[in-house]
Write a protein that binds this ligand. Structure first.
Ligand SMILES: Nc1ncnc2c1ncn2[C@@H]1O[C@H](COP(=O)(O)OP(=O)(O)OP(=O)(O)O)[C@@H](O)[C@H]1O
Ligand SMILES: O=P(O)(O)OC[C@H]1O[C@](O)(CO)[C@@H](O)[C@@H]1O
Length: 331
């Protein structure tokens, strides 16, 4: 009988619990034993785990966060740590480890596989959607939903005062949340790392669009969605610059960690359920060193190294729609 272990690592994402549930239920159906390591890679280093059974998976699919807890474990980057983890996995007689996390967590999984003979499978779980080789990641759809509902609320007060608002969304190195939240909330402008060139160019584009709106509609609200870490000097620097150049008040809103929480939307629950159960099938088929993702509605197995070596591009169709709709609004 195979023994399967699972852990969640890096930024938690809504739908991680749904994925754990799918893994455990599939294991139980196939008469495999399931274990959960706690607090990301820390659990592997401290042999901190619990047995997972189908009866404990009740009422879990709708819960945000992760019942296994998550962490960023810098110590795991050392060869010594991977050796300790391998020893602990062997002691528990684990045959396969499933890591649910982002590209950093996949680097960790690959690092472990250099020191451990067992099977290693990655499942994409991050709100950032920045993993090459899968159309979406678990948690991404919920983060967009949260960002959009928050931007809708900001729009109400922005309209009332005809103010400029700068709304910062998450996505450390990727503009997926920013672009799609801007598109879905009919925001007026979006700034993402993939398309950012210089502050001057970005400012010129914003000011030109704002002027166009003012010339055609008079005093208006103006909502700019910006991905975190893009603007040199941070959000405050952009607020000052915009206030100086427009002569208007600018209000910043940082959505922050609310985007990581909440009950997963159905799309994330569905993706998590598909990937979790397929991961067990992949293990039975003897796969290792791969991420199980989804492309065009089909499961895919992508070598772990590819998931971070290649940058996932923004969807050109979304970029096109956003650029077509800017200044076409009659709101
Ligand atoms: N090169 C590496 N070698 C070994 N382990 C690593 C490596 N890079 C990352 N890890 C492990 O993976 C953990 C999570 O990585 P990281 O903080 O980059 O988050 P992530 O998995 O990319 O998720 P997210 O982007 O959603 O926060 C790290 O804290 C560390 O334990
Ligand atoms: O919770 P922490 O460690 O501050 O990490 C925040 C980062 O994690 C993410 O939420 C997921 O990668 C990023 O969007 C964000 O930059």
């Amino acid at each position: 009988m195979k023994k399967i272990a699972v852990l969640t690592s890096g930024g938690d994402a809504p739908g991680m619990n749904a994925c754990i549930r799918a893994i455990v239920l599939t294991c139980e159906r196939l008469k495999l034993k399931a274990y959960g390591y706690l607090h990301g890679y820390n659990g592997l280093l401290q042999q901190h785990y619990k047995k997972l059974e189908a009866k404990d998976m009740h009422n879990l699919i709708q819960r945000g966060g992760t019942v296994l807890h998550s962490a960023r474990c810098l110590e795991f980057k050392t060869p010594e740590a991977a050796v300790v983890a391998a020893k602990n996995l062997n002691e528990l007689e684990i045959d396969a480890l499933i890591v649910i996390g982002g590209d950093g967590s996949f680097r960790g999984a690959h690092h472990l596989s250099q020191h451990w003979q067992g099977q290693v499978i990655g499942l994409p779980g991050t709100i950032d959607n920045d993993i090459y080789g899968t159309d979406a990641t678990i948690g991404y759809y919920t983060a967009i939903e949260t960002a959009v509902s928050s931007i809708d609320k900001v729009r109400d007060t922005a309209d009332a005062f005809e103010r400029i608002f700068l709304i910062e969304v998450m996505g450390r190195h990727a503009g997926f949340i920013a672009l799609n939240a801007a598109l879905a909330s009919a925001s007026d402008h979006v700034i993402v790392p993939e398309l950012f060139e210089t502050t001057e160019k970005a400012l010129a584009a914003m000011l030109e669009e704002l002027q166009y709106r003012r010339d055609n509609h008079g005093s208006v609200s103006y909502i700019i969605v910006i991905a975190e870490n893009v603007w040199p000097g941070g959000l405050g620097a952009l607020v000052s610059e915009l206030e100086q150049r427009t002569g208007s008040e600018v209000r910043p809103v940082i959505l922050g960690h609310v985007q990581r929480g909440g009950s997963p939307v159905p799309q994330d629950r569905i993706l998590a359920s598909k990937l979790g159960s397929h991961a067990i099938q992949a293990i039975i088929d003897g796969q290792t060193g791969v991420m199980i993702g989804e492309c065009n509605g089909e499961p895919v197995a992508v070598p772990l190294e590819q998931t971070w070596a290649q940058q996932k591009p923004l969807e050109p169709f979304c970029v096109e729609a956003m650029s077509q709709l800017v200044n076409a609004t009659t709101d």
